[in-house]
Ligand binder design. Structure first.
Ligand SMILES: [Zn+2]
Length: 119
């Protein structure tokens, strides 16, 4: 069947776009860090200073999220190589194709996801 090859294609595409997003976020992060180095860090009441700190935290969180997502994609690609892709890690049944299409990095079937994995 062609199913695993389309999953591989989806994961490759997902990996590419995630890497692009991460590169963009890292640029943003570097720009924010540079901007905060320029601003007067001594003035706690500087409204711009707190905005920068907030943005830095936001972008930092997005970078972490993207890195986790990338690790999930790589794990899913490893499962394709190991020929265990599409198998629920919890109960061993096949994951529904519609779920894999919507969420190519899914490790568990929808039933197990509802119980254990909030993602
Ligand atoms: Zn399951």
């Amino acid at each position: 069947m062609t199913e695993s090859s389309t999953a591989a294609q989806r994961l490759t595409e997902e990996r590419r776009s995630t890497n692009e997003r991460l590169a963009q976020l890292r640029d943003d992060f570097a720009a924010i860090v540079a901007a905060s180095a320029d601003s007067n860090a001594d003035d706690e009441h500087d409204p711009e200073g707190s905005t920068i700190a907030f943005e830095r935290a936001q972008v930092g969180a997005l970078i972490e999220q993207g890195e986790r997502h990338l690790a999930e994609i790589e794990a899913a690609q490893g499962r394709i190589d190991a020929d265990t892709y599409g198998q629920c890690e919890s109960c061993g049944r096949n994951i529904a194709p519609a779920r894999l299409e919507a969420r190519p990095i899914a490790r568990t079937c929808i039933d197990c996801a509802g119980q254990a994995d909030p993602a």
